[in-house]
Design a protein around this ligand. Sequence first.
Ligand code: GDP
Length: 314
Amino acid sequence: MEKTSRVYVARHEDMVGAAIVRALRREGCENIILRDQEQMDLSDEKQVGDFFKQERPEYVFCFAGPHGGICHNVAYPADLIYLNLKIQCAVIHSAYKYGVKKLLFMAGSCGYPRESRQPIREDYFMEGKMEPTSIAYSTAKAAGIEMCQAYNRQYGVCFVPVALPNYYGAGDDYSDNGHVLAGVLRKIAAAAEDGSESVILWGTGEPKRQFMYVDDLADAVVLIMNRYQETALINAAGGYEFTIAEMAEKIKEIAGYKGFVVFDISKPDGAARKLLDHSKLLSLGFREKISFDQGLRLIYEDYMTTFTGKGGTE
Ligand code: GDP
């Protein structure tokens, strides 16, 4: 990308899209094209096609369909598969039709097999069965990954699928529909606030997740756009791996919570582990900037400022 290149980020209202826009601005990108949800329905192929025809973006970052944590995946499988398929068809096909130079198609790591060997290398994609709690979302995303490769083969375009780890950060979804770190942060911060003796988290607490701060993730994705010369799937992975129970302990420290964490084992664990291998990303020169402790402070401050008006740690 040049500083003057026309770059479209779909969707910039989402925390990942917003972080990508911040990363592009840090790089001095002068021509970022954005459309709010009210301005353009990404699931409407006509509207999306008209937008591409008019704006002629050269580079596209696409993480546009609905997505969420385990609870969201279990509650809304129909919406997830329907809307993700529609949106990615509209964006990928329009990108081909209107001559986009390079497109990054981002997907969660749940497209990899549930029982995958660890750390998960890109060539393990489709090697085994997916995790049942997220299979509708993952199937749509796997179709998007294959769609990129099909367009690359048939039309010689440069559409690159990118797998993401469990990211977190400012602007996160703190509701039960979001990912684990933000949801647990909300529960623990609220318990600290109202003096509850215990907090109920889901599952056994034993699954491991790889947590990457969203601004590091955005830097990784922009680096892939600038430096990755291939079109094969690449993991935009980094971060720190902890069990859910270890992560909850760290959040307790930040929030100054002295109560107990109770695990409700009637709730699903999801995949036991999904540690993405990041050798490819490191070979492009990626270095993570935000430690797990720093990242936790940033998200805790964001939560406290947004929901209690009290700001962050002292
Ligand atoms: P996943 O990585 O796709 O499985 O989705 P999540 O980011 O939602 O992580 C789910 C894991 O965290 C599962 O092992 C859950 O049982 C566990 N978990 C524990 N408490 C919570 C919570 O309050 N919210 C969420 N989203 N997950 C939780």
